[in-house]
Design a binder for this molecule. Structure first.
Ligand code: 26Q
Length: 797
C-alpha cells in the first residue's frame, strides 16, 4: 500500500466514519480514522483465513481464558501488516504525530498479569503460524484497575477502556447465546433436563488478530452479558424506573469487572457465575460451529481442541459432558471420553492456596446439574483407576484443579521446573495414576511485540546484520553470536541500548520529575506485587546499599537506578505496604545529597503492557528474584533477556532455562534451590539466624523498623519487619546475603562496559527459543495434534 493510498484511506474514514473534517479533527478522530484504515486491510486477510479453514476442514484450536491482557493494538497491527512506512508517511503529510496517536489508544487490560499476557502472545503466535484458532474471553467493561499513588499509597480507580469506541471490534448481535443459572433438574434415567431459574444472554464481540506479514488472521471472541428481556416499558410507565432497568443491570454485572488475582480470596459467587457464563457461551459456540460442518459429535476430538487456561474455565468438562449426554443422548462414559479427548488444561501455579475451590452448596445451587455430573465423573474416575481417594468433589468442596486434571487428556506446566514440581506436589497422586498426562510447555513471548515493535533500534540493527528471518524464526537470532566478538558491532548494540535509556530518562524526567543518569545501571523489577516475587528483598538490598554509600559517600560507587513497577491486589495489605515503602524510599533517597548521584529509586504508577514496552528495551538488569519453587515460569524474564538485559535471578520457573541457554557466565545467579528452600523452611529460626549472620541485613531492617523512611509514622512498616524477622515464609532473609553478593558482582561487571555489552548481546542472541511461536508449535504437536495451514505471503499478492 502506498502512502498516498493510506492517506486517502485515513481521510475517507475521518470524513465518513468519524464524521469530521481535517480542520476540526482531534487526535482521537485521527486515531480512529487510521485504525479503521488499517483494520480494512486486516479484514480482507482475516476473511480469507476463515474461508480457508472451513474449505480445508481443518482442526481448530479454541483457547478459553478468563483473561486476555492485550494492551494497545494499533502499532501491533501496523507492524504485522508491514504498513509502518506508508502510515508514518501519510501521517507526516497530514501533519499528525504518529507518537501521539499511539499514546492516545487505551491499553486494554483484560487480565491481571502473566497468565493473561501469555494468552495474548499465544493469539498472535497462532495467527503468525497459520493455525486456525479462536480465543474466547469476557469483554470486561472495567479491566484491571488503574493505579495511582497518593502520598506514596496505592489508590485504585476503575479502568474504563470502553468509554471511547473500541476501534478493533465487530459486534455480533446474531451470536447471542442463552445462559442459565440455578433452577432444578429433572432426571430421566441417566440423563436429565435442567430448568434454570435465571437466564441471560452472552453476546459476541469479535476482534481480528493478524499474524506477521498478514498471512493469517484469527478471531478473539469476547462475551458481553446482556439481559434476556430488554427494558420493561410497562414498569417504567408505572413510574418504577429502577425496577424497569434491573434485569439489564444484573446481566451486565456478568461482564462488568475483571477479578483481581489475589491468590487466596475465593468463593465469590459472581466470579463463579462469570466462569460458567464464559465457558458455557464458548462451548455452545464451538458445538454450533462443529455441527454446521459435521454431523457426528464423536468426531469432536478430531476437529476441535479446547485449551483451558488454568482452572478458571474448568467447568468446561462437566458442561461438555452435559451437552453430549443430556442434550445429545450420547452414553455417559462415551461423553466423558469425548470431552476428555477434546479438552486439555494448563496449570499456572504451585501455590496450594491459589488452586480454586468452590463450596458444594454454592455450586449445587447455581449449577445443580453440573454438581451431579461432577459426582458421576468422580465415580467413573474411581472405577477407571481403582482408587477412591482422589476426587474433584471432596470435603464439601469442588476442587477445580482436580476436575481440570480428570477431564483433560493432557495437563501442562509452563516451565520445565514447574512441570516437574507439579508431578511431586500439587498433582502427585493424579500423576501416579496417569503418568503420561502431564507434559511441559515452557512459556514464550511474541518477538513481534516484544522486540520488533517495542525496540526498533535493536530490531533494526539485528535485521541489518542477519536479515529479518528472526522475526518469525526467532532462533535465527543465534546468527548474532559471532557479532559478540566484533567490537564495532557491539558498540552499535550498546548505542541502541544507550539511546533507549536516554528516551526512558527523558520520560521519567517529564512524568515523574526525577532526573536519572542514563550512564547508571538501569535495574528493573516489574511484575505484580507479591511476597513470593520478593520486591521487599530488592528494597532491603537497596537500603543496605544506600547506607553503605552514606558511610562513604566519596568512594567510587557504580551508579544505579532502581526501577519498580506493579500493582498490588486491593485487599492484599502486605503487598500494598511494599508499594508504600518503595515510594517512601524513593522520596528520601532521591533527595539525599550524599547519595543521589549514585542511587535513585523510581516507581512509575500503573504498570501495564504499554509501560512494559517502554521499560524493557531500556533495561540493563532484570530482577527475577522469586523464592525458588514459587514462580511457575515468568514471561517478563524472557522479554528482558531478549532485549539485551542481564538477569539477576534465582533457579525458579523459566529462569532455569534462560540460564541454560544464555550460559551461566552471562547470568547472575543467587539463592537457594527449590529443594533447599523446602529443607530450610523445616528448620525453625531460619530468619533470625540469617539476620544475626548478616549485619547489612540487620541494619537495613533496623532502618525500616525505626521509621527512617516514614518519620511521620515510625511504626508504618511493622507488618513487614515483624513478618521478616519471625516468619519469613518466602526466605527473604535467608537469601539476602547471596543476593547482596550477586548485586556486587553486577557492579563489578558493569564497570567493564565492553564485556557487559558482550554478555548482553549473547542474551539477545540465545533467547530466541523463548518465542511463543516455539511454545505454540509444542502445544500443536504434544497437546492439540493439529497442523497449521500453509501460509501465503501478503507481499506475494
Ligand atoms: C482466581 C480466583 C478468583 C479470582 C482470581 C483468580 C486468579 C486470577 C488470575 C488467579 C490467578 C491469576 C493469574 C495467575 C498468573 O498470572 N500466573 C502466572 O502465569 C504466568 C503464565 O504462565 C507465569 O509465567 C507466572 O509464573 C504465573 O505466576
Amino acid at each position: 500500500m502506498t502512502s498516498a493510498d493510506m492517506k486517502a484511506a485515513i481521510l475517507h474514514h475521518l470524513t465518513y466514519t468519524q464524521g469530521k473534517d481535517a480542520a476540526h479533527a482531534q487526535i482521537y478522530d485521527w486515531r480512529m480514522a487510521l485504525s479503521y484504515a488499517v483494520r480494512d486491510k486486516i479484514v480482507d486477510r482475516w476473511f480469507e483465513a476463515t474461508r480457508r479453514a472451513y474449505a480445508e476442514q481443518r482442526k481448530r484450536v479454541y483457547y478459553l481464558s478468563l483473561e486476555f491482557l492485550i494492551g494497545r493494538l494499533l502499532k501491533d497491527a501496523v507492524v504485522n501488516m508491514r504498513l509502518e512506512e506508508s502510515v508514518t508517511d501519510a501521517l507526516r503529510q497530514l501533519g499528525v504525530p504518529w507518537d501521539e496517536i499511539i499514546e492516545d489508544e487505551p491499553d486494554a487490560a483484560l487480565g491481571n498479569g502473566g497468565l493473561g499476557r501469555l494468552a495474548a502472545c499465544f493469539m498472535e503466535s497462532q495467527a503468525t503460524l497459520g493455525l486456525p484458532a479462536m480465543g474466547y474471553g469476557i469483554r470486561y467493561e472495567n479491566g484491571l484497575f488503574r493505579q495511582s499513588f497518593e502520598d506514596g499509597r496505592q489508590v485504585e480507580e476503575p479502568e474504563d477502556w470502553l468509554s471511547q469506541t473500541h476501534a478493533w471490534e465487530f459486534v455480533r448481535p446474531e451470536v447471542s447465546i442463552d445462559i442459565g443459572f440455578g433452577g432444578h433438574v429433572q432426571e430421566i434415567g441417566s440423563r436429565a433436563n435442567w430448568y434454570p431459574s435465571e437466564m441471560l444472554i452472552a453476546m459476541a464481540h469479535d476482534t481480528p488478530v493478524i499474524g506477521w506479514k498478514g498471512r493469517w488472521g484469527n478471531t478473539l471472541r469476547l462475551w458481553e452479558g446482556r439481559p434476556m428481556h430488554g427494558f420493561d416499558l410497562a414498569r417504567f410507565n408505572r413510574g418504577e424506573y429502577a425496577a424497569a432497568a434491573e434485569p439489564e443491570a444484573l446481566a451486565r454485572t456478568l461482564s462488568r469487572v475483571l477479578y483481581p488475582d489475589d491468590h487466596t480470596d475465593q468463593g465469590k459467587e459472581l466470579r463463579l457465575k462469570q466462569e460458567f457464563f464464559h465457558t458455557a457461551a464458548s462451548l455452545r459456540d464451538i458445538i454450533r460451529r462443529f455441527e454446521s460442518e459435521y454431523d457426528d459429535l464423536r468426531l469432536l476430538p478430531k476437529k476441535a481442541a479446547i485449551q483451558i487456561n488454568d482452572t478458571h474455565p474448568a467447568i468446561a468438562g462437566p458442561e461438555l459432558v452435559r451437552i453430549l449426554h443430556d442434550e445429545r443422548g450420547i452414553d455417559f462414559e462415551e461423553a466423558v471420553g469425548i470431552a476428555r479427548n477434546t479438552i486439555s488444561y494448563t496449570n499456572h501455579t504451585l501455590l496450594p492456596e491459589a488452586l480454586e475451590t468452590w463450596g458444594e452448596a454454592r455450586m449445587g445451587r447455581l449449577l445443580p446439574r453440573h454438581m451431579q455430573l461432577i459426582d458421576r465423573i468422580d465415580d467413573l474416575h474411581r472405577r477407571e483407576t481403582g482408587t477412591n481417594h482422589v476426587n474433584a468433589h471432596q470435603d464439601g468442596k469442588v476442587h477445580m484443579g482436580t476436575l481440570g486434571f480428570i477431564m483433560a487428556h493432557k495437563v501442562n506446566g509452563v516451565a520445565a521446573l514447574h512441570t516437574e514440581l507439579q508431578k511431586t506436589t500439587v498433582f502427585k497422586e493424579l500423576h501416579e495414576l496417569h503418568p503420561d498426562r502431564i507434559v511441559n510447555q515452557t512459556n514464550g513471548v511474541t518477538p513481534r511485540r516484544w522486540l520488533l515493535s517495542c525496540n526498533p533500534r535493536l530490531a533494526g540493527l539485528i535485521t541489518d546484520t542477519i536479515g529479518d528471518s528472526w522475526v518469525d524464526h526467532a532462533e535465527d537470532l543465534l546468527k548474532l553470536e559471532p557479532s559478540a566478538d566484533d567490537t564495532a558491532w557491539v558498540e552499535k548494540f550498546s548505542a541502541a541500548k544507550r539511546a533507549n535509556k536516554v528516551d526512558l530518562s527523558n520520560w521519567i524526567a517529564e512524568t515523574l520529575e526525577v532526573s536519572v543518569d542514563p550512564e547508571s545501571i538501569f535495574d528493573i523489577q516489574v511484575k505484580r506485587i507479591h511476597e513470593y516475587k520478593r520486591q521487599h528483598m530488592n528494597l532491603l538490598e537497596t537500603i543496605a546499599h544506600w547506607l553503605e554509600i552514606r558511610d562513604n559517600p566519596n568512594a567510587d560507587w557504580v551508579p544505579r537506578v532502581k526501577i519498580f513497577g506493579g500493582k498490588a491486589f486491593p485487599n492484599y495489605t502486605y503487598a500494598k505496604e511494599m508499594v508504600h515503602l518503595a515510594n517512601d524510599m524513593a522520596k528520601m533517597m532521591n533527595s539525599d545529597p550524599l547519595t543521589s548521584r549514585y542511587l535513585k529509586v523510581v516507581f512509575p504508577p500503573n504498570y501495564n503492557v504499554s509501560l512494559a514496552e517502554r521499560l524493557i528495551p531500556a533495561a540493563d538488569l532484570s530482577e527475577q528474584i522469586s523464592t525458588a519453587g514459587k514462580e511457575a515460569s515468568g514471561t517478563g524474564n524472557m522479554k528482558f533477556s531478549l532485549n539485551g538485559a542481564l538477569t539477576i535471578g534465582t533457579l525458579d520457573g523459566a529462569n532455569v532455562e534462560i540460564r541454560d541457554l544464555v550460559k551461566p557466565e552471562n547470568f547472575f545467579l543467587f539463592g537457594m534451590t527449590a529443594d533447599e528452600v523446602m529443607e530450610r523452611r523445616a528448620e525453625s529460626g531460619h530468619a533470625a539466624r540469617a539476620i544475626a549472620d548478616d549485619p547489612r541485613l540487620a541494619r537495613a531492617l533496623d532502618a525500616i523498623r525505626s521509621g527512617r523512611f516514614s518519620p511521620d509514622e515510625p511504626g508504618r512498616y511493622h507488618m513487614i519487619t515483624d513478618n521478616l524477622c519471625h516468619h519469613d515464609y518466602f526466605m527473604v532473609c535467608s537469601d539476602f546475603s547471596d543476593y547482596w553478593r550477586a548485586q556486587r558482582e553486577v557492579d563489578t561487571a558493569f564497570q567493564d562496559q565492553a564485556n557487559w555489552a558482550r554478555m548482553a548481546v549473547l542474551n539477545t542472541a540465545r533467547t530466541g527459543w523463548f518465542s511463543s511461536d516455539r511454545t505454540i508449535r509444542g502445544y500443536m504437536k504434544d497437546v492439540w495434534d493439529v497442523e497449521a495451514a500453509p501460509l501465503v505471503d501478503l507481499a506475494a499478492e
